[in-house]
Design a protein around this ligand. Structure first.
Ligand code: BMA
Length: 344
C-alpha cells in the first residue's frame, strides 16, 4: 500500500485570498487567475471575473506579498470586445500568462466563449493596461491553453486542449508568427475507465522549465453520479520536444479538500491557471479558483514535485525511458489499448 507522504502543496492560512466581496464593482464571482511576478516583485493576478449576467471578463489585482493587501483595478482590465472580435460574444475566461523575453512582453492566452463553444485567443501586453489582440488562434471546442515562453527549435509552441469524440486530451501546436498554427501533436492523453484523470484533462498553470524537462501541472476531471471532481496531477516532458512525455504520475497530488474548494457555484473544483516562482527558483505559489467562486493559493517546492514524480509507480515501471522521438510515450495508460476503448 502507499506510504503516507507529505503534501506537495500547503494551502495558505488566509485562503480564500480574493473573493467577490472585495471587488470594487458588482460581480458574481472571481476565480481561475493567471499570475505574473512583475520586475519590482509585485504579484499580479489576472482574475477571471464573472458578472451578474454570467459572462466573464479579466481584472488585474496586485499585491506586494502575493497574499493580501490586493489593489484591484477599479474597472475591468480586459473586457470582451465582440464588435472587433465576435468570438468573445459570451465572455473571456481562464487566462494563462507567460513572459516572453523575445517579445519583451507578456503573452496571455485565454478562452473566448464563442457561439460555437470555447476557443483559444491570444493577447500580448507589456503593462497589463494596453493589449494587442491576436484574436482566435484555435477554433472551438478548445481551451486550457498557454504559450511556451520561448521558441522550440525555431518555432513558437502552444499547448491547448481540443475536444474530440474520443476524449479531451492535451495537444501542442507550432507556429512561426504566433498567428498560424500547425504541426499539431498529441501531448498527453486522458486516461480511461476508473482513473481520476479519465476522459478529460487540461493544462493547469504554465509549464515549468527545469533541468529535467518541462514540469506540467494538469487537471483531471472525474465524473461520477454526484457531478465532477477537478484534481491536479503532474507530468514531465522533454525540453527540446515538449510533446514527448517522460514521466506521468499515477495519483493526483491535490484536490478539493477545504470548504471553499468543495462548495460554491461549481462544487469540488480546484482550478489553477497561474503560479509564481520565488527568487530561490524552487518555491512555487500556485494560484487557483476554488469551486468557481473565489481565489486561493497554495505553495510547494518544484524539487519535491520532481522527486514525487520519480517515486510514482508507473514512472518506476517505465524507467529508464528511451525515446526515439517518434511519438511513443512513456505516459499512456498501459492497461488500455492505444486506441482508447471503453468510452463511447
Ligand atoms: C472548466 C473551465 C473552468 C472551470 C471548470 C469547472 O471546463 O470552464 O473555467 O473552472 O470547468 O467548472
Amino acid at each position: 500500500m502507499n506510504e503516507r507522504q507529505p503534501e506537495l502543496l500547503q494551502r495558505n492560512a488566509h485562503n480564500p485570498i480574493l473573493t467577490a466581496a472585495q471587488w470594487p464593482y458588482r460581480v458574481n464571482s472571481v476565480f481561475n487567475p493567471g499570475a505574473a511576478l512583475l520586475p519590482d516583485g509585485t504579484t499580479l493576478l489576472l482574475c477571471r471575473v464573472e458578472d451578474m449576467r454570467g459572462h466573464s471578463h479579466l481584472c488585474a489585482a496586485r499585491s506586494a506579498n502575493g497574499i493580501d493587501d490586493w489593489r484591484i483595478d477599479a474597472r475591468p482590465t480586459l473586457m470582451p470586445d465582440p464588435e472587433r472580435f465576435p468570438e468573445e460574444v459570451w465572455g473571456i475566461e481562464d487566462p494563462r500568462i507567460t513572459f516572453v523575453d523575445e517579445l519583451g512582453a507578456y503573452a496571455i492566452v485565454y478562452t473566448a466563449y464563442t457561439r460555437e463553444g470555447p476557443g483559444v485567443s491570444l493577447a500580448v501586453t507589456e503593462d497589463f493596461e494596453r493589449f494587442q489582440r491576436y484574436g482566435l488562434v484555435m477554433q472551438p471546442d478548445d481551451k486550457d491553453a498557454v504559450l511556451l515562453p520561448h521558441r522550440i527549435a525555431g518555432d513558437w509552441a502552444l499547448i491547448h486542449r481540443p475536444v474530440s469524440p474520443h476524449g479531451s486530451d492535451m495537444w501542442i501546436s507550432y507556429s512561426t508568427d504566433l498567428q498560424h498554427w500547425g504541426r499539431h501533436k498529441l501531448m498527453l492523453e486522458a486516461r480511461r475507465g476508473a482513473w481520476w484523470d479519465a476522459n478529460k484533462i487540461g493544462l493547469a498553470s504554465p509549464p515549468i522549465e527545469t533541468a529535467e524537462g518541462w514540469l506540467v501541472i494538469y487537471h483531471g476531471v472525474r465524473q461520477n453520479a454526484a457531478g465532477s471532481i477537478y484534481r491536479l496531477g503532474l507530468a514531465l516532458f522533454d525540453l527540446h520536444a515538449p510533446e514527448v512525455c517522460l514521466r506521468r504520475g499515477d495519483e493526483w497530488f491535490f484536490g478539493p479538500g477545504e470548504p471553499y474548494e468543495q462548495r460554491g457555484d461549481v462544487d469540488n473544483v480546484v482550478f489553477p491557471c497561474g503560479h509564481t516562482i520565488a527568487p530561490d527558483g524552487d518555491t512555487i505559489r500556485l494560484y487557483y479558483g476554488g469551486a468557481d467562486t473565489s481565489i486561493a493559493v497554495a505553495s510547494g517546492s518544484i524539487r519535491s514535485m520532481l522527486e514525487w514524480l520519480e517515486r510514482q509507480p508507473s514512472a518506476r515501471a517505465t524507467l529508464p525511458v528511451t525515446h526515439d522521438h517518434t511519438g511513443e510515450s512513456a505516459c499512456v495508460d498501459r492497461g488500455m489499448s492505444a486506441s482508447g476503448g471503453g468510452v463511447t
